[in-house]
Design a protein around this ligand. Sequence first.
Ligand code: NOJ
Ligand code: CA
Length: 571
Amino acid sequence: MTLTQAEQSPFRIPADSPDWWRQAVVYQIYPRSFADANGDGIGDLAGIISRIDYLKELGVDAVWLSPFYPSELADGGYDVADYRNVDPRIGTLDEFDEMSTKLHEAGIRLIVDIVPNHSSDQHPWFKEALASEKGSPARDRYIFRDGLGEHGEIPPADWKGSFGGAAWTRVPDGQWYLHSFAIEQPDWNWSNPEIHADFLKTLRFWADRGVDGFRIDVANSLAKDLPEVLPSAAELAAMPIDGTHPTIDRDEVQDIYAEWREVFNEYDPPRTAVAEAWLDDPARRARYARPESLGQAFNFDLLTADFDAAQFRRVVSTNLEQQELSGSSSTWVLSNHDVTRHATRYGLAPLNGRKVKQGAEWMLAGAPADQLDRDLGVRRARAATLFVLALPGSAYLYQGEELGLHEVTEIGDDQRQDPAFFHGGRQDYDGLGRDGCRVPIPWTSEGPSFGFGAAGAHLPQPAWFAADSVAAEEADPDSTLSMYRKALAVRADLVTGDGQAAESLEWDDALSQGDVLAFRRPGGWLCLTNFGAEAVALPTGELLVASGHLAADEDGQQLLPGATTAWLRQD
Ligand code: NOJ
Ligand code: CA
């Protein structure tokens, strides 16, 4: 028998499909915390290579690597000192190529993170800017201003950085530079054509090496229009985000992405991109997802939703409408490296519309750690994941969620790394920071760092990791890992393989009553989630996968317990 090209390809969706991303399951790797091959306590590319079989068995379509570039790690690598290289602590460009080749051989595509809003203060161009005069071309690559007051000793504005602390910092000759995040992350000046040219070079550099797509950090803030007299922080915060705000989501940011799109389309298949744009207005976010822009945008709406049927339905409906606006497919995110893991969120008091906290402070403030219901959190997390994996669009998973990991809170102040903790501190920033979801993941139940590497881990791992390790969960058919593997295999079968799958769902209003949400996908696929506490009757059908054990009443009627999702096939 001769195999067709599609059958020979290791990719579930053919290698030359320009639409592979539309229904993809993308697994986020935080490289320093995934696997440490050389035993120095820091995860590395060789570690990722050694775990490709694991990723293949999990059944993901792509991996997204958080930054692995040379960095002083002032912000976990989101302070990039060289955009076209690999941090020597993580590996080499040769290892990058090996990783890319081996991922592709395993049928897994590769997405890398691009950080265009700011560089590291160790970037040669920032060093050059500091060594150059006021008003020089080198300074013009960043955003420098004179200060106010008789001697320029007052910052040009009282703005705060995202991690707390001032957003303007003074340099030795008296000028001030803007950093929207940490002091070590000076913002690029996107009014300068040199910055445009340099990022096009970076995109081509990685695309030429076979990278399939890009995740764009802080995609909404590159374009800035700063008047001579800057508004105060309060005035800035009161300005509408409608395309005219001085720093957020300006209309002309789209011109940058139109340039990038031309580069993406130089490749066959075109390279893809996904915007990180925390914007409240779904219609504004949709602009980034248009085919002439980045093509896709993260939907973070589930990060602020409680485990609640009405909230989940609202989020899904809004995002499916938004999909119509952009022409892109929806994206779904329950966890990433910036937010409290969803197992922990769902085991605490409801958010009730509050913004999700990027850390675990709400355990200390609103809901103390002893109020965390660990089991309920995991049951709900599994149910939510199974719900999301049944939705049309692409799902972004964060390393360790497939083990049902909770946020780690057992990290001493002196062991923390996140600038959100250090620069802002508890009084300025609303959390302990994000280290609790960045602890190296447990591969085995024993060993110096639970199989992460031969030595310790760069953030402390708690004793309870032993029960949640890959080895422990692989041996247990009821584990969270086993559920993810099964769900991804079923999903792969049910979503048609050309990347052009039906991008709609049909709510089943008869079944969607009270705490229950039910929707149908093509092929007789029914997803039913019980967000409440009381069991409900399960309709008949072939059970494809469930997030927990089902029950039965005295008459033998199958029941779907609370905090559980089931996928059925009905003809
Ligand atoms: C968003 C990234 O996800 C986060 O980790 C980082 O701190 C900020 N952007 C700044 O780059
Ligand atoms: Ca290492």
